[in-house]
Design a protein. Structure first.
Length: 289
């Protein structure tokens, strides 16, 4: 772990080995900005160049309550082609970030139709936080023109809060990987969820912790090669076949057959049957293959 030079508390490599690893996995539709979200946070800079489809696993040193931990950040591919491979990165996860783009209504719809059911099958006891990405595009003329042409509108903060309550998320937060607005808060909340998860039925007030919550400070980062799973591009995209109509009130449902096929594939990949019962030993340590 290469720590920042000004950090005097992280100079001994042997001490790093004693740190507890916390695992955060990011899921969501392809092209909603998951890779840019992680790279912008881990590198403290938005990737200006082409983002490769292979994203390395990052480990960021964080301090919680005066004690240092390693936060492992795992990217996943949102495309259906990887339904059976993606769950291989789920074991030992401490918290999930379910992402959708605020300028891609279909990705918002798929949170409830695809991603929450997948996590409930594979990792039913792991908490998750709902994240709205690409908020900088809410005012982007080209993006607005594209949405207008498709008779759609950007999603609002209220849409996110409503969905978070419906799916039992810890809370709803939104951010921009480009401007980094709200970015640190997203991962601070993820870390606090690991240590202090809220009960699912507890109402999520403005989706921010009280002023008394422990301070979380990122003090360094390291790229760890070996996680070779494909990752999506960062540009916003609309998923064909799931139009968003009117005042964000009507959505065309996905094909029941398609959802059932995905559910079966996911259950098999997770070592569970369709009802979530364990049918085979769990997979090994959570690394992308």
């Amino acid at each position: 772990m290469n720590c920042k030079e000004e950090n005097d508390n992280c100079t001994d490599g042997s001490r790093n080995n004693t740190k507890k690893m916390l695992k955060c996995v990011v899921v969501g539709d392809g092209a909603v900005g998951k890779t840019c979200l992680l790279m912008s946070y881990a590198n403290d800079a938005f990737p200006e160049e082409y983002v490769p489809t292979v994203f390395d696993h990052y480990a960021v040193t964080v301090t919680v309550g005066g004690q240092q931990h390693l936060l492992g950040l795992y990217d996943t591919a949102g495309q259906e082609d990887y339904n059976q491979l993606r769950p291989l990165s789920y074991p030992n996860t401490d918290v999930f970030l379910i992402c959708f783009s605020v300028v891609n209504p279909a990705s918002y719809h798929n949170v409830q139709e695809e991603w929450v059911p997948e996590l409930k099958v594979c990792m039913p006891n792991v908490p998750y936080v709902l994240i709205g990405t690409q908020i900088d595009l809410r005012d982007d003329p080209k993006t607005l023109a594209r949405l207008l042409y498709m008779k759609e509108k950007p999603l609002t903060y209220e849409h996110g809060v409503k969905l978070a309550k419906e799916i039992g998320a810890q809370c709803y937060l939104e951010c921009s990987a480009l401007t980094q607005k709200g970015l640190k808060t997203v991962f601070d909340e993820a870390i606090m969820t690991i240590f202090h998860p809220k009960k699912k039925k507890k109402r999520c007030a403005k989706c921010h912790r009280s002023a008394r919550r422990e301070q979380v400070t990122a003090v360094g980062q390291q790229s760890q090669p070996g996680d070779t799973g494909p990752a999506p591009l960062c540009s916003p995209s609309h998923k064909a076949g799931s139009p968003w109509e009117g005042k964000h009130g009507v959505l065309a449902e996905s094909s029941p057959g398609s959802r059932q096929t995905r559910a079966v594939a996911t259950a098999r990949a997770c070592g569970r049957d369709k009802l979530g019962a364990v049918s085979s030993p769990a997979s090994g340590p959570g690394s992308w293959i």
